[in-house]
Design a protein around this ligand. Structure first.
Ligand code: C5P
Length: 248
């Protein structure tokens, strides 16, 4: 029999209302590792432009109230936006580095937004539940990221293509997105990075650098970043699998 002290089913902590949560989707990279006539963000995946998938999945999470999509200058015409998202999408132009694109996206979020969910446009298979898990993970310190524990043995490569050492994998995680932060904290981290000439390949690195504790939230292996040509084929296969399982 359940007593007051017995742990009941785990409840989702109270998340901020969607009107206070905005997503920034950086998709302004050149995609140099996936060459082709069409930039990778606009390639078809499951019959839709790759970039529409993360937009639908962010909308399906039910946790975000607005989206800012950050694109290469002049590229919206090549993409268009889905008509049936049910969310407002602003489009803005990206900058030279990922962090510049994120900063521009953050700037374009509606003023009432207090929480920013940054999700790579190149990760089409975002599980909608992961958005909620990352938001929940960020409640304590104001920041979180999805990440996967490293399961392979990690080598450091040296000159001439030889292994120079083995890095203990205990405590190592591979960063994914979503990366969630209180808007004011992320703005502060980006400002500090600019002032101090710091470059980070994700938001968490910039937040860590100003002393914010960033909660690790278990990510999903299917939430891959489409980087190289073979990733597109893998993403198609994962998409088919998730449809078989009743997903999108
Ligand atoms: O370069 P990386 O693979 O880390 O890019 C991750 C995401 O950031 C991609 O969706 C890419 O389009 C985006 N990006 C951006 N602006 C840049 C560089 C990358 O929006 N200048």
């Amino acid at each position: 029999m359940a007593t007051e002290s017995s742990p009941g089913p785990r409840r989702e902590e109270t998340l901020p209302p969607p009107s206070r949560v905005g997503a920034v989707v950086p998709a302004a990279g050149r995609g140099a590792r996936l060459p082709g006539a069409v930039p990778k963000q606009f390639r078809p995946l499951g019959g839709l432009p790759l970039l529409w998938h993360p937009l639908y999945r962010l909308a399906r999470s039910g946790a975000v109230g607005s989206i800012v999509l950050v694109l290469p200058p002049g590229s919206l015409g090549a993409l268009g936006l889905p008509k049936d998202l049910g969310l407002s999408v602003q489009v803005t132009e990206g900058g030279a580095r990922r962090q510049d694109s994120v900063e521009r996206g953050l700037f374009a979020l509606p003023p009432e937004v207090e929480w920013a969910v940054v999700h790579d446009g190149a990760r089409p298979l975002l599980p909608p539940a992961l958005v909620r898990a990352c938001l929940e993970g960020a409640l304590e310190t104001g920041a979180s990221l999805a990440a996967l524990p490293v399961s392979d043995t990690v080598k450091r490569g040296g000159p001439g293509g030889f292994a120079e050492g083995t890095v203990p994998r205990d405590g190592l995680w591979l960063a994914q997105t979503p990366q969630v932060a209180r808007r004011e904290l992320l703005e502060k981290a980006l400002r500090a990075a600019r002032d101090e000439g710091r470059e980070g390949t994700d938001e968490a690195a910039l937040l860590e650098a100003i002393g914010v504790r960033v909660r690790l939230v278990p990510g999903d292996p299917m939430n891959l970043k489409v980087t190289r040509p073979e990733d597109l084929a893998l993403a198609e296969a994962y998409l088919a699998l998730s449809k078989e399982g009743g997903g999108a």
